[in-house]
Design a protein around this ligand. Structure first.
Ligand SMILES: NC(=O)c1ccc[n+]([C@@H]2O[C@H](COP(=O)([O-])OP(=O)(O)OC[C@H]3O[C@@H](n4cnc5c(N)ncnc54)[C@H](O)[C@@H]3O)[C@@H](O)[C@H]2O)c1
Length: 366
């Protein structure tokens, strides 16, 4: 039922354009190239049945263009289901800019990217993702209204990461309730991989709840800073996935649950912010189910950020943002129970609800 996600190598073997468009029926892919600013970006529009395709822009040093394309296809698809399951009237889209955000990101490049977004007349609305800051969205706003996640001083909703972290925390609590019979995380060991914008905020919630937090990151200075701020333990071992923890929270990049890691994972619950945590949804989703590891689907529990930026379009306030984000707890519990009842993976259970909502709207529209 779930269409599989292709790896960059598999992508190379299909037809270069429509072969990829149809890998999960993406509506449109836009390649953006600008010699003057060095911009090389791809905008992926997966599905617009429920509304305009909203999703962040990631700037990353991809090994090659196939990897960038693969990422934008996976990420934009995830946005469709994230908004659908969260009950938002938004489609799924995402953009990637190929390059090093630390050294190659300039205001000129961001404005040029904004002009490409503008050329789509609102079919795609951007926001921030890895490698982006609120100030970058403010720069994009100079050339297009089709951007969210801009500064509060400019009428925006500001940095979405704390709300994303709160939603992840809600999803993690629900998964703990399901697996351990209690959503109290006191004395539960939680390994947070990636303590960036979302990860750090998650560490704060976990610490306040009395969890034993272990942190891992490739950025040594952040590790020291977050450890001394919250008293979290820095992971010093050489095989992160074998660490015997109760909960693993992937909050860095995707695909960390893959052929190399799946048999090592000791955690009983996986609940984190990273998009596309399963390298292969079908294979790894099934293996987690067989191993009795409870996987809280990423696109479900990391929806706090999109709920936050959607407020800019729908003009609802903080109270409604918090209400919608807290509801991730109920939805997660419902999906975990549904998965058990129907003997399907938790990912399948979540995708079924999301896809049904899109199909219903499509029928209504036609
Ligand atoms: N920011 C949001 O609101 C939001 C919303 C939904 C999903 N997400 C997803 O959550 C994840 C984290 O987002 P963020 O905004 O915190 O990004 P970020 O760039 O602020 O943080 C990512 C952190 O991961 C670390 N990292 C990178 N590779 C690593 C590795 N191999 N091992 C350990 N750490 C590593 C980085 O050093 C950084 O500290 C991303 O996958 C993002 O797509 C974020």
């Amino acid at each position: 039922m779930v269409s599989d996600i292709l790896t960059p190598d598999q992508l190379k073997k299909v037809d270069p354009v429509f072969g990829q468009l149809s890998f999960d029926n993406h509506e449109q892919i836009v390649f953006c190239n600008d010699k003057d600013t060095g911009l090389k970006a791809i905008i992926g529009i997966h599905n617009t049945v429920l509304g305009p395709a909203l999703g962040g822009t990631r700037m990353w040093q991809y090994a090659n263009e196939w990897e960038a394309l693969n990422d934008v296809l996976r990420l934009s698809r995830g946005m469709t289901y994230k908004s659908a399951i969260t009950g938002l009237n938004l489609g799924g889209g995402k953009a990637v800019i190929i390059g090093d955000a630390k050294t190659q990101k300039t205001p000129e490049l961001m404005r040029r990217f904004g002009e490409f977004v503008h050329s789509l007349s609102g079919k795609y609305i951007t926001a921030e993702d890895v490698g982006m800051e609120t100030s970058d969205m403010d720069t994009v706003r100079e050339v297009t209204p089709y951007v969210t996640g801009i500064s509060e001083s400019l009428g925006g909703s500001g940095n979405p990461s704390p709300i994303t972290a709160y939603g992840v925390f809600m999803g993690m609590k629900a998964a703990s309730k399901y697996k351990f019979g209690t959503d109290d995380l006191e004395n539960k060991s939680v390994l947070v991989q990636g303590i960036g914008h979302v990860g750090e905020s998650l560490v704060e919630h976990l610490t306040n709840d009395g969890a034993k937090v272990i942190i891992s990151d490739i950025n040594e200075s952040r590790l020291e800073a977050v450890s001394s701020k919250y008293g979290a333990t820095i992971y010093k071992g050489s095989d992160l996935y074998s660490e015997p923890v109760d909960i693993y929270a992937p909050c860095a990049l995707g695909a960390t649950i893959n052929n190399d890691t799946i048999n090592k994972i000791q955690a009983k619950v996986i609940a984190g912010a990273a998009n596309n945590q399963l390298a292969n949804e079908v294979v790894h989703g099934k293996l987690l189910q067989e191993k009795g590891i409870v996987y809280a689907p990423d696109f479900l529990i990391n929806a706090g950020g999109i709920i936050n930026v959607y407020a800019e379009l729908e003009k609802y306030g903080k109270a409604e943002i918090m209400r919608k984000t807290e509801n991730i707890y109920n939805t997660t519990l419902e999906i975990l129970n549904n998965a058990e009842k129907n003997s399907v993976t938790t990912l399948d259970a979540a995708l079924t609800i999301a896809k049904n909502r899109i199909a219903e709207r499509k029928n209504k529209n036609s």
